[in-house]
Design a protein around this ligand. Structure first.
Ligand code: COI
Length: 354
């Protein structure tokens, strides 16, 4: 366990926390006093350190910048009424990190460094966890290739890091989403299921075009027909059609296996709802909307939590929703919030005390 892990700790001389008001802070703008770092060299992880948050110094030939071996995770830490720190399903993120690593031909990280290293880091920076409702400490583990050479090959060296950022809600308002029919995020056999940096880089242009047309994000569709719905890039997506909850299947490896997605499926089933994980075609959605059967549509994600979607656009079709009549997404949001805040029984053991 942690005692066996050789970890060097350097504390900051002055906490930046005294300069910051934690209420209503934007997502991902401020970082805590410390960060964790480990280096992969000669086939093993070494040089594990926690030190003051600071810039990194690299040569311009850094392999990750050229060939994109870079992955990350998103997790959250909360404080309960007794001041204890909890993580939400951290082992799920740890496993997914290593799934992303394997797909990107990168080395796996050990549970000791990822989970126990994170525990140590959180113990040092726990006063940065905002106590306010809908606020949390966002955790960003990342790994990238650090060879300094231009040959196209998997790097021999990597850096693993964890940085922490206090945050308020990512999407405070209901979202307007455009169904994407030109650009592609993922195809079978590709890297759509991995949380690698390139998936996000490749989505920027489509999101910018959508924003110019008044939409917050795009809903990705399949690479061949642009008809089968995938995910929103920063979140998985759910539709309630005639009382049945439908979410795109993970089967073809094109979408991220969201931890919030999986929690939502469990809680929705517990609410007595039928949840179908399957392929869903845009025409099925349009038809349901026309017949008044498309009842709710929402996204799930670590940063986004449960984000309500108030408008969906596909070609010239605009699907608008009156959120005030919705029951399922608000109930789901409340269940997850209650589990996180400790006011609802955590019967699946999702909250892990630090
Ligand atoms: C998350 O929900 O944690 C994400 O990684 C989405 C985004 C902020 C990149």
């Amino acid at each position: 366990m942690i005692e066996a892990m050789d970890i060097s700790i350097t504390k900051t001389a002055r906490s930046k926390l005294q300069d910051l008001e934690l209420d209503n802070i934007p997502f991902g703008k401020y970082f805590t006093d410390h960060m964790l770092e480990a280096d992969y060299k000669n086939g093993e992880w070494q040089n594990i350190q926690i030190k003051p948050y600071q810039p990194l110094l690299f040569e311009p030939s850094l392999s990750a910048l050229h060939y994109g071996q870079a992955i990350f995770e998103g997790m959250k830490a909360y404080k309960d009424n007794n001041g204890d720190t909890f993580l939400f399903r951290p082992y799920d993120n740890f496993h997914r990190f290593n799934i992303s690593a394997a797909r990107m031909n990168m080395p796996e990280i050990s549970e000791e460094i990822f989970i126990e290293g994170l525990r140590q880091l959180l113990k040092m920076d726990k006063s940065w966890i905002p106590p306010m409702r809908d606020h949390s400490l966002y955790i960003r583990p990342l790994m990238f290739a650090t060879d300094t050479a231009l040959g196209v090959k998997p790097s021999d060296t990597y850096k693993f890091m964890i940085i922490l950022s206090p945050t308020g809600p990512y999407y405070a308002e209901p979202m307007k989403i455009a169904v994407e029919e030109k650009y592609t995020r993922a195809a079978p056999g590709g890297v759509g299921f991995a949380k690698n940096a390139g998936n996000y880089g490749g989505s920027m242009l489509a999101a910018t075009v959508a924003r110019e047309e008044g939409y917050d994000q795009v809903l990705w569709t399949d690479a061949f027909e642009h008809k089968w719905l995938q995910e929103v890039g920063m979140m998985n997506v759910f539709f309630v059609i005639n009382g049945i909850v439908i979410t795109p299947t993970l089967d073809d490896g094109c979408i991220l296996a969201g931890v919030t997605r999986s929690s939502a499926i469990t809680l929705l089933k517990e609410m007595g709802l039928v949840v179908e994980e399957r392929k869903i075609h845009i025409d099925e959605l349009l038809e349901a909307y026309k017949r008044g059967l498309l009842e709710e549509t929402f996204g799930t994600g670590t940063a986004a939590t449960i984000a309500l979607i108030c408008e969906l656009k596909y070609k010239d079709h605009i699907m608008r929703f009156s959120l005030d009549r919705w029951k399922i997404a608000p109930a789901l949001r409340k269940s997850i919030t209650d589990i996180r805040e400790g006011t609802r029984d955590d019967k699946y053991g999702w909250m892990v005390k630090v």
